[in-house]
Ligand binder design. Structure first.
Ligand code: NAP
Length: 304
């Protein structure tokens, strides 16, 4: 099969398209013919630094990519709820920039017919991170929530979920993404010096919870705003987060969580904005797009 894999640690050019053996679906697993796969900062971090979460080891050539959508083409023993031909989306660590991925059946859900492949391919990782974080912060009706890096992949979903759950949302982004944030239902504010004053100006009654998807400065601003530290979470700055006594949040993925996101999409309560689409062969260009850390929505690879 064709796959985009790294042959060493380094700049985007180490991500190359190559022919690799097709994986086979074992017991409890399905094989999916991938149609689209999301590209995330996580993938760039693995490629550029060799960093992996505990328990994962790189093996060169190492395929990247954590989220996908496609068509089931093999069903292993003991899988009762999926058949060949089912259209699905799901997640699998370091495996999705490829024409085929093998995953436990517990890591996929059915794709609504009307959901485009590009959109389905980028929901499972960032969407579940946003969902995990807002649940951990107890976001709900009556809350005013501050989301740092609101225009990015995680922020885009976090803004919409918080709105869907009844909260008012303030989102930080550079000026060029403010109209985008308004379109998602957030009140935009620019990040950088003076952020706290700008937030106070649009939230005179205070902010109840904050999610940091940007880094140290954003986290310090949330603390400076006087938000209850049990309701401040970071998905980026774990060291500082620990020192400040706020929540360090790591995505917890489950079939139920993903199914809830898909249901919200089907009800028209969750949009999946795509910033740009690259063919699998241009995975390195997708990394060049993501790596600077600016822009809105999701970046996606498609397989022909
Ligand atoms: N802990 C976890 O489980 C977990 C899971 C997923 C992601 N993450 C981490 O979360 C972060 C965000 O991921 P993502 O996928 O959303 O990234 P992304 O799609 O690349 O988006 C990055 C966003 O950051 C914004 N930004 C840049 N500098 C900023 C600043 N100083 N203050 C506020 N916003 C700023 C950009 O907005 P502008 O274009 O307007 O500058 C852009 O929209 C990454 O560091 C990623 O590694 C952690």
């Amino acid at each position: 099969m064709k796959a985009a894999a790294i042959v060493s640690i380094g700049p985007p050019g180490v991500l190359q398209t190559m022919e690799l053996d097709e994986p086979q679906a074992g017991k409890g697993h399905v094989r999916v013919r991938v149609k689209a796969a999301g590209v995330q900062p996580f993938d760039c971090a693995v490629r550029s630094s060799g960093w992996t979460p505990p328990g994962l080891q790189l093996r060169f050539p190492q395929i990247l990519g954590n989220e996908f959508a496609g068509i089931v083409d093999q069903v292993g023993e003991d899988v009762a709820d999926f058949s060949v031909g089912d259209e699905v989306l799901g997640w699998a660590l370091l495996a999705c920039y490829a024409e085929y991925v093998v995953v436990p059946a517990a890591q996929i859900v059915r794709k609504p017919k009307a959901m485009p492949w590009e959109e389905a391919g980028v929901l499972s990782a960032s969407g579940q991170t946003a969902h995990t974080a807002l649940k951990e912060l107890g976001v709900g009706s009556g809350d005013t929530v501050l989301i740092h890096a609101a225009a990015g992949g995680v922020g885009t979903f976090a803004v919409q979920l918080a709105k869907a759950w009844g909260a008012d949302v303030i989102g930080t982004a550079s000026e060029r993404n403010h109209e985008y944030l308004r379109s998602l239902g957030a009140i935009p504010v620019a990040y950088g010096a003076g952020l706290e004053q700008r937030v106070q100006a649009v939230a005179p009654n205070g902010v109840d919870a904050a999610l940091d998807a940007a880094g140290d400065d954003a986290l310090r601003s949330s603390v400076a705003l006087g938000i209850d530290r049990r309701r401040i979470g970071t998905i980026v700055s774990f060291e500082l987060g620990e020192r400040l006594g706020v929540r360090a949040i790591r995505s917890e993925r489950s079939k139920e969580r993903l199914a809830e996101l898909v249901a919200l999409y089907a009800q028209g309560k969750l949009r999946i904005p795509i910033r740009c689409v690259f063919p699998l062969e241009e995975a390195a260009s997708a990394h060049r797009e993501i790596e600077p850390g600016h822009g809105f929505g999701k970046v996606v690879l498609t397989m022909s």
